[in-house]
Ligand binder design. Structure first.
Ligand code: FES
Ligand code: FES
Length: 151
């Protein structure tokens, strides 16, 4: 049975088995390759997308669970080819190296800052506990997030 969902504002239909990880449907069926299946165990956060407005790890989210839901991926967080404020500040702070973790970081931080517009450093760090970066360390990422909050 097909699985209907809305992805970045567009109606999409998947023909995948309902237990297929959402990240695979997004990447292989819908060709949205921003979310990255890195650990596939729910630890790294590189596959984070928003499901009905809440960040989820799409490697552990069965596609069937997304039926009738609104999915927003990194591709849906910027408009008109312009970076969103979180992306712009991460770039400005030179916080990106390989970039593997960043789709998830941006999805998480965009959601977090929308709900916590004036966070403390500790709140930013807590918000990122589910997103691992093996390249940069976290100082620049946290600084960029605090800067984005003030922007
Ligand atoms: S790939 Fe989903 S949490 Fe790591
Ligand atoms: S920039 Fe490489 S894992 Fe974060």
């Amino acid at each position: 049975m097909p699985i209907d969902m809305t992805v970045n504002g567009e109606s999409r239909r998947s023909i995948a088995d309902p237990m297929t990880p959402l990240v695979d449907v997004l990447r292989e069926e819908f060709h949205l390759t921003g979310a990255k299946p890195v650990c596939r165990e729910g630890f790294c956060g590189a596959c984070t997308v928003q499901l009905d407005g809440e960040p989820v790890v799409s490697c552990l989210t069965p596609a069937g669970l997304a039926a009738g839901c609104e999915i927003r991926t990194i591709e849906g967080l910027s408009a008109g080819g312009r970076l969103n404020p979180v992306q712009a500040k991460l770039a400005e702070h030179d916080a990106v190296q390989c970039g593997m973790c960043f789709p998830g970081m941006v999805v998480t931080l965009t959601h977090f800052l929308a709900h916590t517009p004036r966070p403390s450093r500790d709140e930013v760090r807590a918000a990122l506990t589910g997103n691992a970066c093996r390249c940069t360390g976290y100082e620049r990422i946290v600084a960029a997030a605090l800067d984005a909050a003030g922007a």
